[in-house]
Design a protein around this ligand. Structure first.
Ligand SMILES: [Zn+2]
Length: 302
């Protein structure tokens, strides 16, 4: 079966397909609870891995030797091990495989034929390439882009995986729904994590080219510009104080911003009805309390 691609080399900056589990609803209509960040937060190692998530760092293809360093960095950071711990609250009816690998393209994708998420070394390297060396004129930092962009890829593909494995009904385009789930998850770990990840995700759509032909609008994904605003809108709708600057400075137009709380509420409700029933809520609270990001994340030398 044709995999769902995240980004393709053929249209380098065009998102072919972009990007868990956390969030808490005490009841179907209840609000999700957020846990404030603090230095005393537990580390991921205090959680057990999800035994239904099989992880694998696959050696790079010989023709992509530079990716060995990327693999080494991801393995040293224990990205997949911590992702499995992150997913510990999730009750999966079947095994989900998550692997890092060479793809030959800048991509990340979920393959329904084998219930597997592939995170390509080329995609991580692409993020390091496009991330600004210093803070960009629009206020995006290098760490935000590398960390947020990569987490967005993981969460978005996780969205595809959960829609498939849990048979979640989706109105609208699946690609939009996967983006929404990604942004929603980013907002469940406090304002600092939300700022880092949302900004990083949004940046990856910021400078991308616009469609040049009518046919490109037929793509299953929204345009990059639309996806940029969608992430910021869900973030502003869920954390208005943390993202108000994007409205005040005109990046997120007020006409859209006024409806973002409602947009966020719709996603929250969808999550509560479709995915939350498959989550161990007590474990999810633990996952939300963990400090997942490190100050060194996103930096090449560690
Ligand atoms: Zn996708």
């Amino acid at each position: 079966m044709k995999p769902t691609p995240f980004r393709s080399m053929t249209s380098r900056f065009k998102m072919r397909c972009s990007k868990i589990v956390a969030a808490l609803a005490v009841a179907a209509a209840a609000l999700l609870v957020q846990t404030p960040e603090s230095a005393a937060q537990p580390r991921p190692q205090e959680l057990a891995a999800n035994t239904r998530v099989i992880i694998d760092y696959i050696d790079p293809m010989l023709r992509f030797p530079r990716s060995q360093a990327t693999l080494d960095r991801l393995r040293k950071r224990q990205v997949l091990e911590e992702l499995s711990m992150f997913l510990s609250p999730l009750r999966l009816p079947r095994v989900l495989r998550i692997r890092t690998k060479s793809c030959g393209v800048v991509n990340a994708f979920y393959d329904r034929s084998e219930w597997a998420i592939s995170l390509c070394y080329e995609f991580y390297e692409h993020l390091e390439q496009i991330a600004p060396q210093t803070t960009s004129p629009q206020g995006f930092t290098r760490d935000e882009v590398v960390v947020g962009g990569f987490i967005d890829a993981i969460f978005h593909e996780l969205g595809h995986a959960l829609f498939d494995i849990l048979q979640v009904p989706v109105f609208g385009r699946e690609e939009d729904a996967a983006d929404q789930l990604s942004a929603f998850l980013m907002l469940q770990f406090g304002k600092d994590v939300a700022r880092t990840t949302i900004k990083g995700a949004a940046f990856t759509y910021l400078n991308n080219r616009n469609p040049r032909s009518r046919a490109e609008y037929a793509d299953e994904h929204g345009t990059d510009a639309q996806r940029f605003f969608n992430y910021l809108c869900l973030a502003y709708g869920g954390e208005p104080e943390a993202f108000r600057d994007f409205v005040d400075n005109g990046v997120l137009p007020k006409a859209r911003a006024d409806g973002c709380a409602r947009e966020n509420q719709l996603v929250r409700r969808a999550f509560a009805k479709t995915i939350l029933p498959h989550i161990d809520v007590d474990l999810m609270k633990q996952v939300q309390s963990v400090r997942w990001l490190r100050p060194s994340d996103g930096r090449t030398s560690k």
